[in-house]
Design a protein around this ligand. Sequence first.
Ligand code: GRF
Length: 198
Amino acid sequence: MSKIRIAILISGRGSNMESLLQACTAPDFPAETAVVIANRPDAAGIAKAQGYGIQTSIVDHRQYVGRAAFEEALQETLLKHAPVDLVCLAGFMRILTADFVNQWQDRMINIHPSLLPDYKGLDTHARALADGRAETGCTVHYVIPAMDEGPVIVQKRVPILVGDTVDSLAARVLAEEHQAYPEAVRIVAARLSGLHRA
Ligand code: GRF
């Protein structure tokens, strides 16, 4: 089986990154990791990736003046690890410009802790609780220039329980995120492999 090569972009803890690295250790998983890139030198996920023997790189946004210069460095780093078939944003906390996003059209995906289109942006769990919602969840979607929009690949629903706090809810949603992201990569890999054959 020929595997697609993914790049994983993180800003912090990297638990979704780790769920992908873990999935990639299975011989029948259709992807392998080309590189993990963080925009923060203190991202805890970098050490985790190194523990898996994965190539890592820091592109610190604070070292660049303006988004264009940062994104140029990001693109260079991705190309240095070519071929990269798919970019996976996993807790990557920088807004990307339309120019960058369009370079990776249909080849960049993101995970978000809500049932999109509900609760785009930050503090998703606090807002779902404040609204008295009965359920929330997580979404893996293709990235388009508009933030937290784009075609949905996988969604997982999570019931909101009486007594839930932001932390208890976040923990249950995160467990679903860790299932959803590898599932989404499988789906996209199948699509990309079909395109290669066509
Ligand atoms: C996750 O909840 C993800 O959905 C959101 O940011 C969080 C990142 O967590 N975009 P981690 O770094 O993957 O542990």
